[in-house]
Ligand binder design. Structure first.
Ligand code: FAD
Length: 320
C-alpha cells in the first residue's frame, strides 16, 4: 500500500482539528503517516494513532513554533526522502498553503490546492476542486512527481479507523537564516462556546431576511440547538446584524460542512461560492423562487419567524 503523508498542524499547543479529515482522506489513498514538527518532549504524537495514523514521523526541533513554516517544510522534506510517499496532504490553511508550495519547490512535486475530495484512479492521485463559485466540480490528476494536495477544511466526511500510530522520532536541524521568526502569537479568540465557523461540521446562517440584529438571535438559537457554528450573508453583515467574521461567501469564509442551514438568504452567486460544497443544504425562505432553492436538498417555503421556533422546539424535544 502506498504511503500518504499528512502534515499535522499544531494550534495553541494542541493538534488542530484539521488532522481528523486529513487522516481520513489519507486512509482512502493508502497508509496514513502523520508528520509532526514539534519541540523535543512533546506528547502530541501519542494521540495520532487514535485519529488513524498508522505511523507518526515526529521531527523534533527546538525551532518548532518559533520559525514560520520552515520546521514543517523541513520535517516533510525529510519524511518524503525517508518514506517515498505517493502523496502529501495538508490543510488548506494559510500555513498549509505556504508549506505545500515550499515543499513542491523543494521536491519538484505537483501542487493541487483547495481540494474538496481526493481519490485514487489506479495509481494516480486525483483531487476534486469546486470552481466558479461551486458551479462546477473539476478533477485534477498528477501525471508525474509527488502529489502535494491542500484540502479545504471540513470537506472530508468521516474519520479514519484508529491505527497503531507507531512513532519514529528524528532530530531535525532547521536552518532559520532565511525564515521569518515568530515573536509572539496572539490568538484571536471569540468569547463564544459555539464551534468555529471555518471547518465546522454544521453551520446555520442568517441573511437580510432576519431584518435586524435582535432578530438574528433566532439564527443563534437554532445553531445552539444543532450544535452548529453561526454564519451570515454579506447583506446581514453590511446591515450590522453580525460582525464580518461571520460572513460566508466569495469575500468571506468558505465552509464545507455536513449540514448548512440558510435562513432568509436569497442564494446570490457570491454567497453560494462559500457554501455550495456543503453535503446537505437546508433553506427556509418565503420566496419560492429564491435561487437558494436551486441548490437546497431540503427547501421550506415560509416565514422563518414562524418555522424556526417550531424547528427549535422539535429539535430540543428530540434531544431529551
Ligand atoms: P437578499 O438577497 O436581500 O435576500 C433576503 C432573502 O430573505 C430573500 O430571498 C427574501 O425572500 C428572504 N426573506 C425575507 N424575509 C423573510 C422571512 N420573514 N422569512 C423567510 N424568508 C425571508 N454575499 C454573501 O453572502 N457573501 C459574500 O461573500 C459576498 N461577496 C460579494 C462580493 C461581491 C464582489 C459582490 C458584488 C457581492 C457580494 N455578496 C456577497 C453580496 C451578494 O451579491 C448578495 O447581495 C447577498 O448575498 C444577499 O444577501 P441575502 O441573501 O441575505 O439578502
Amino acid at each position: 500500500m502506498s504511503k500518504v503523508l499528512v502534515l499535522i498542524e499544531v494550534s495553541q499547543g494542541a493538534i488542530a482539528n484539521t488532522a481528523v479529515g486529513l487522516l481520513a482522506a489519507a486512509s482512502r489513498l493508502g497508509e496514513p503517516i502523520a508528520v509532526l514538527a514539534a519541540k523535543p518532549g512533546t506528547d502530541l504524537a501519542a494521540q495520532l494513532g487514535a485519529l488513524g495514523a498508522a505511523q507518526v514521523y515526529l521531527a523534533e526541533t527546538d525551532q518548532a513554533g518559533e520559525l514560520l513554516v520552515t520546521p514543517e517544510v523541513d520535517a516533510l522534506a525529510s519524511a518524503v526522502e525517508a518514506l517515498q510517499p505517493a502523496a502529501v496532504l495538508l490543510a488548506n490553511s494559510p500555513d498549509g498553503r505556504d508549506t505545500a508550495a515550499r515543499l513542491a519547490v523543494r521536491t519538484a512535486g505537483a501542487l493541487l490546492v483547495d481540494a474538496v475530495d481526493v481519490k485514487l484512479d489506479g495509481q494516480r492521485v486525483v483531487a476534486t476542486h469546486s470552481v466558479f463559485g461551486g458551479a462546477y466540480a473539476v478533477d485534477a490528476a498528477v501525471e508525474g512527481g509527488l502529489a502535494i494536495v491542500t484540502i479545504r477544511q471540513g470537506a472530508i466526511e468521516g474519520k479514519a479507523e484508529p491505527a497503531s500510530g507507531t512513532v519514529t522520532t528524528i532530530p531535525l536541524t532547521v536552518d532559520g537564516s532565511a525564515s521569518a521568526a515568530i515573536d509572539e502569537v496572539n490568538a484571536a479568540t471569540e468569547a463564544s462556546s459555539r464551534p468555529e465557523l471555518r471547518g465546522a461540521t454544521r453551520v446555520v446562517s442568517g441573511g437580510r431576511g432576519l431584518g435586524s440584529g435582535e432578530a438574528f438571535e433566532l439564527v443563534e438559537q437554532l445553531a445552539d440547538a444543532l450544535g452548529a457554528a453561526v454564519g451570515a450573508s454579506r447583506a446581514a453583515v453590511d446591515a450590522g446584524y453580525v460582525p464580518q467574521t461571520h460572513q460566508v461567501g466569495q469575500t468571506g469564509i468558505t465552509v464545507s460542512p455536513q449540514l448548512y442551514v440558510a435562513l432568509g438568504i436569497s442564494g446570490a452567486i457570491q454567497h453560494r461560492a462559500g457554501m455550495q460544497t456543503a453535503k446537505t443544504i437546508v433553506a427556509i425562505n418565503k420566496d419560492e423562487d429564491a435561487p437558494i432553492f436551486d441548490i437546497a436538498d431540503f427547501g421550506i417555503v415560509g416565514d422563518i419567524f414562524t418555522i424556526v421556533p417550531k424547528l427549535i422546539d422539535e429539535i430540543n424535544a428530540r434531544a431529551h
